[in-house]
Design a protein around this ligand. Structure first.
Ligand code: B4P
Ligand code: MG
Length: 280
């Protein structure tokens, strides 16, 4: 496989690719991310995506989730605007205020998750689709927004293609390209050496990251990072390349304290330094 460092899009993995923030920057100009997910028992997933979007520099981050998650989320991270939504009616006004949607972490596949999923996709906003957002797409194909990033791990990629996880891993380039083509989407095929595939089939490979990242919540964090970058003006492919690179490099910094026991939340501090171009 080709290494990103030899690929024409290598520069997109460099944080220097992030535009400098103007002096008169205001929160309204740095993206309003709406993270949607967090069914019973998986509220942590959507919170991690939302926090990662904040630490990537998003101006505002809202969370649409199950009512039961709201008190804890607001207490632990008051910068988040978390609301309990019981269905599409409650979600609509939140979508109207958002500029980018992060859809899927902890969403589940119940009637609740499905209803929020259809409403969010139909809004047509730039969207990062992950986790159960991808599993629902496999179960019930639906038109996607024009600006869309899909972030499957090999298991989710296999489901989207109707093949096994082993088949995906046997030819990751072919699998990534096929998903990008089928859904006219930017695709991040996660795993050791994550691939970023443009909707035209250009491929970049991430040379960073480590096995410590094989722990719960890592993928949710990546979703929030990519959404946060899109909110700050990056196009989907650029946001996906830059986001995967920042995520993996933040994990490499955090893993200096050991790969075993690395938590997704440990990425947030180094992520902030990297996104600002500081030595982590
Ligand atoms: P789920 O149970 O759906 O896991 P999840 O909730 O999506 O977890 P999370 O969001 O935290 O992590 P994600 O994988 O999205 O699915 C897990 C199942 O999927 C596994 O039991 C397995 O069946 C299958 N599966 C997943 N990855 C596989 C793989 N690589 N090979 C074979 N089967 C796989 O995101 C994790 C993040 O960490 C990504 O950004 C990823 O690139 C990174 N990461 C993980 N391991 C890494 C490594 N070794 N090196 C570099 N980066 C790594
Ligand atoms: Mg995941």
């Amino acid at each position: 496989p080709r290494n990103i460092l030899e690929a024409p899009d290598a520069r997109l993995l460099e944080p220097a690719g992030l535009p400098r923030r103007p002096r008169d920057s205001h929160k309204g100009g740095n993206g309003h991310i709406l993270a949607i997910g967090g069914d019973h028992g998986t509220g942590g997933a959507v919170r991690m995506a939302a926090e990662a979007a904040l630490r990537t520099g998003a101006g505002l981050v809202s969370v649409a989730t199950r009512e039961e998650n709201v008190v804890a989320m607001n207490a632990a991270r008051p910068e988040l605007m978390a609301r309990g939504v019981n269905g599409p009616q409650a979600l609509q006004p939140m979508l109207q205020k958002a500029s980018v949607v992060a859809l899927g972490p902890g969403l589940g596949q119940s009637a609740w998750g499905h209803a929020l999923w259809t409403t969010a996709l139909d809004a047509g906003l730039p969207t990062v689709l992950d986790a159960d957002g991808l599993n629902l797409l496999h179960a019930a194909p639906r038109p996607l927004p024009a600006r869309i990033v899909l972030t499957p791990h090999p298991g989710e990629a296999g489901r989207l293609l109707g093949v096994s996880t082993a088949d995906v891993q046997a030819d990751r380039f072919a699998a990534g390209r096929e998903i990008a083509k089928r859904y006219r989407a930017v695709v991040v095929l996660k795993g050791n050496g994550s691939l970023i595939v443009s909707s035209e089939g250009a491929v970049a490979v991430c040379p960073w990251g480590n096995p410590g990242m094989a722990s719960g919540g890592m993928g949710d964090t990546l979703t929030g990072i990519i959404a946060g970058l899109m909110g700050q003006g990056c196009e989907p492919y650029e946001a996906a390349c830059l986001g995967v690179g920042l995520h993996a490099r933040a994990a490499d910094v955090a893993a200096r304290a050991g790969e075993r026991g690395l938590l997704a939340g440990d990425l947030l501090d180094p992520l902030r330094r990297l996104v600002n171009g500081l030595d982590a």
